[in-house]
Structure formats: structure tokens, C-alpha cells
Write a protein that binds this ligand. Structure first.
Ligand code: CMX
Length: 137
């Protein structure tokens, strides 16, 4: 069902403040920022080889990422797995009794279609399914 780990999401209070560590100290390639209004976050993607880190900055106190930061402080927020067919993956997980936050896929950054599995069904690790199209994400 899964193709690879697409990215690891890291919650930060400020992308601007977090960026020098990833881009300059670690030397990762920074590919820009994007606001995802439906999720109340601004995201920045950094890559090394095929692997990506997504920095998540809340754009509102109501953002789930703002709540995460309040509770836990900055740190690893979610793991996102690539899938070829997100509807099929969601259907399979629901049939197995997995609790989905998104039973219907929604739009994520870079035109990807995403769905979250509830951390209660994934051993406390917030898990994202991510259907991406070559060259977009
Ligand atoms: N990791 C582990 N557990 C988490 C968590 C996280 N990142 N975020 C929340 N939880 C836990 C909460 O602590 C809470 O646990 P308890 O019930 O034990 O207190 C439980 O999950 C429910 O959290 P909540 O915030 O009260 O409930 P919501 O249903 O409102 O939201 C969630 C849950 C996880 C979907 C939301 O907090 C969230 O993070 N959404 C994803 C936002 C996001 O990352 N968007 C960026 C996508 C951009 C892209 O990749 O394209």
C-alpha cells in the first residue's frame, strides 16, 4: 500500500528561525514555503537525497500545530507515507477498523492529496497518507 516515506513533519513556532539550522548547518536543500489555509499552517520543504523534512508553522492560534506546540513544544509532529491510490488506502484502513481523521482525502501542500490516521490508531505517531504526482511534491 505504501510506496516510501514521503516526508517527516516537524512543528516549529517560526520557519524563519528554524530554517538556518536545516538549510545552513545541515546543508539541506530548501525549496520554498507555502501556506495551506485549510490546515492553518505555513510549510517549508527541505530535502536531502530523496528524503524530505516539512517544517510546519501555525498561522492561527486555532491551528492544530499551535495546539501541538502549546502541549509539547517544537519537535517531530508526523510521519507521511506516499501512497499510489489514496482512496484505496483509506478504504483498506477503514475496513480494518483503523480510526481515520480524514475518511475523505483533502488537499495538502504542493497539490498533494492527503489523509491523516488518528494517533490513537497508530501508536501515538500522527500518520499522514500522501498521494503525490511526479514532479509536484
Ligand atoms: N502526534 C501525536 N499525537 C497527537 C498529535 C501529534 N502530532 N497531535 C494531536 N495529537 C493527539 C492529542 O494529544 C490528542 O490526544 P489526547 O486525546 O490523548 O489528548 C489527540 O491526538 C487528539 O488531538 P486534538 O488536537 O484534540 O484533536 P483533533 O481531532 O482536533 O486534531 C489532529 C487531531 C492530529 C488531526 C490535528 O491535531 C493535526 O495535527 N492535524 C494535522 C495538521 C497538519 O499537520 N497539517 C499539515 C499538512 C500539510 C501537508 O503535509 O500537506
Amino acid at each position: 500500500m505504501l510506496t516510501k516515506i514521503n516526508h517527516i513533519g516537524v512543528a516549529v513556532s517560526s520557519i524563519e528561525e528554524a530554517l538556518p539550522y536545516y538549510r545552513d548547518s545541515l546543508g539541506m536543500t530548501f525549496s520554498g514555503t507555502e501556506e495551506v489555509p485549510s490546515q492553518l499552517v505555513k510549510v517549508a520543504f527541505l530535502s536531502v537525497g530523496e528524503s524530505k523534512i516539512e517544517l510546519l508553522e501555525p498561522t492561527s492560534p486555532e491551528s492544530p500545530v499551535a495546539k501541538f506546540l502549546e502541549k509539547n513544544g517544537p519537535g517531530v509532529h508526523h510521519v507521511a507515507y506516499g501512497v499510489e491510490d489514496i482512496e484505496a488506502a483509506i478504504a483498506k484502513l477503514l475496513a480494518q477498523g483503523t480510526r481515520m481523521i480524514d475518511a475523505v482525502a483533502r488537499n495538502g501542500a504542493h497539490g498533494a492529496r492527503i489523509a491523516f490516521i488518528h494517533p490513537k490508531s497508530s501508536g501515538g505517531v500522527l500518520t499522514e497518507l500522501c498521494e503525490v504526482h511526479e514532479g509536484i511534491h
